[in-house]
Ligand binder design. Structure first.
Ligand code: AMP
Length: 113
């Protein structure tokens, strides 16, 4: 079993509050939410970050954004929402498995820290 935290969640080895599960993509609630809605959307396949994406991930990315759009609707984020992905240490990436944060349910400041 991989020691990647999100690979372990995708494999069901670590519990998460799962809100979407399909063959290629999973989404679950962030354990330390920064907004009323704070979801993480991940590929089941291990990709470390945006920096490792290639043209072969085109279909996966389309599916991930379909899931994001669908979850934003389910969470009634009618006022808007933010999709964020951190890449590397300077951006604060703490889990080296690609994930999109879906944040909403309150007004979000800009620019981020
Ligand atoms: P990042 O810092 O952009 O890499 O985002 C990683 C996110 O994963 C953080 O917002 C954490 O709160 C979240 N996180 C860490 N462990 C878990 C877990 N076991 N279940 C759900 N979310 C987690």
């Amino acid at each position: 079993m991989s020691d990647c935290l999100f690979c372990r969640i995708a494999a069901g080895a670590i519990d998460a509050d799962v809100v979407h599960s399909s063959e290629g993509v999973m989404a679950f609630r962030d354990v330390s939410p920064k907004a009323p809605t704070h979801l993480l959307v991940i590929p089941r396949e291990h990709v470390a970050s945006v920096a490792d994406l290639t043209a072969s991930h085109e279909g996966l990315l389309v599916e991930m954004f379909d899931v994001i759009r669908s979850l934003a609707g389910r969470e009634s984020l009618d006022g808007g929402y933010r999709v964020v992905t951190n890449v590397g240490a300077d951006a604060g990436q703490s889990v080296d498995h690609l994930h999109f944060h879906l944040l909403g349910g309150r007004a979000l400041g800009w620019p981020p820290g």
